[in-house]
Ligand binder design. Structure first.
Ligand code: COA
Length: 154
């Protein structure tokens, strides 16, 4: 059976996919701030939102990719890579020169995803997660401490 797939910007009157957004960043306060200042794009499979990402301008030339997430039962099928490549094309079309993304130092899957899409490691923001989140964030029983920053020239 044919599956209908679409990636589009979240509509103004549409409810943001909070479950997905919080999968990538557990802070509801930060996610709401990002939604106000950035643009959310959603991946729909047969009209169901199964993935999303946010992009937020940081300067005239740099835009940040944030909160890439795919519903667990749809992971491992290439949707994450499709979303990141879509974000790169959007940013390029908007005229930005660089895109950056930040992820936990222990986020092996995330780092591998971004590198496969052409990002390279740029710097480390030491203790970012310890200093910016009230509660410790764990991934596979490991505590997120430092943020790895990656970038791509557009
Ligand atoms: N183990 C190791 N690497 C994996 C992996 C796994 N289980 N799943 C994906 N990857 C890596 C691989 O490099 C893969 O490339 P490959 O298929 O050529 O090997 C690449 O990621 C892309 O895989 P894809 O199927 O497109 O990713 P996905 O649709 O599963 O989405 C995430 C990846 C990170 C978005 C998804 O795991 C997710 O939503 N995680 C929770 C939210 C999150 O952490 N977001 C990132 C915030 S920085």
């Amino acid at each position: 059976m044919k599956v209908n797939v679409e990636i589009r910007k979240l509509k103004r009157n549409e409810e943001p996919p909070m479950g997905l957004l919080l999968l990538a960043d557990p802070s509801e306060i930060l996610v709401k701030k990002y939604l106000q200042n950035g643009s959310c794009f959603v991946y729909l499979k047969d009209d169901e939102i199964v993935g999303e990402y946010l992009i937020m301008p940081k300067s005239e030339s740099m835009i940040e990719l944030m909160n890439v997430a795919v519903l667990e039962r749809h992971q491992g099928l290439g949707i994450g890579k499709t979303l990141v490549m879509h974000a790169i094309i959007q940013a390029r079309n908007f005229g930005y020169k660089t895109m950056e993304v930040g992820t936990a130092d222990i986020g092996k899957i995330q780092i591998s995803l971004y590198k496969k899409c052409g990002f390279v490691e740029k710097e480390v923001w030491y203790n970012f997660f310890k200093e910016n989140y009230k509660q410790a964030i764990y991934e596979n029983d490991l505590m997120c401490k430092d943020m790895i920053r990656l970038s791509i020239d557009l």
